[in-house]
Design a protein around this ligand. Sequence first.
Ligand code: HEC
Ligand code: HEC
Length: 261
Amino acid sequence: MRRALLLLAVAVLLLVPCAHAEPPSPGVTHVSVPPGTPLVEWGAQLFGGNCVTCHGPAGRGVFSPVQGAGGTTGLGPSLQGVGAQAADFYLRTGYMPLADPRKQPRRSRVLFSQRELEALTSYVASLGQGPAVPTPHPERGNLAAGLKQFTEHCAGCHQVAAAGGYVTNAVAPALDQATPVQIAEAARIGPYLMPRFSERQISNAQLDSIIRYVTYARHPDDRGGWALGHLGPVPEGLVTWFIGIAAIVATCVVIGRRLRA
Ligand code: HEC
Ligand code: HEC
């Protein structure tokens, strides 16, 4: 009986870590093409190896009753007309290829080479008329105007320090890794649950200011006070709590002693 129990315990201990282990990273499929193959053709083959299961032949999308990421029903949305802009953003952030269509895309290591990225982007762009990769000019932007625009349009989700936060059903990531081009792309695309901003809502000049502010917010000068890693209200609240709890406990100890005396 004891031996059986022991064996059972060992078996459970061995199984638990397996059950919790992350599935192995799927990686990406590279294809070798003869030299001189047009970029779009190479991109089509890479698309066939890495994207077609979710985005369908010719990027028409795969629709199914399964609830997909961002509330889409299907494995992947249509890519016709999303243009080089969306392809460039989703690939260079490592958001795509996605491992699980029901999960929010997250920034991760890019497993394609520079040339493969160009090939895939030109293939997606060839699927329909769509916006090109933008060329922002943050150096022309104005920091104060950027802070104002960012507070108005972006801080509700990303926090005013651009340190990220939570919104219903999604994580609004910290903006410390996005390049100026990616910030401009994100604003125009509105990835996942983020809204997209038209040029009427935010002009290109205003976007330049926003980008200037976001890149500035990575190294702000802290005038007085603790920065607390610029993590925002949650850790700030926690610190307050810890100080508060220590104060309450100390008070109780002092009062307790007096009552006993
Ligand atoms: C309603 C909430 C919301 C608002 C408002 C919003 N965002 Fe986002 N943002 C998100 C979410 C959620 C993501 C993650 C997208 C994903 O995972 O596909 C995101 C992603 C991004 C990214 C990519 C970051 C990375 O490294 O992965 C950038 C850049 C960005 N947002 C900039 C902006 C800017 C600039 C504004 C204002 C013009 C803005 N966002 C407004 C929710 C928001
Ligand atoms: C497991 C399924 C899956 C795979 C594989 C996948 N995608 Fe996606 N893709 C999605 C989902 C789901 C979304 C919607 C995510 C969102 O709303 O942010 C998406 C969104 C995109 C978008 C943005 C579309 C838009 O409307 O702006 C692009 C571009 C894209 N994928 C390109 C690719 C490319 C290129 C590959 C192959 C290298 C790929 N995807 C592989 C599921 C997938």
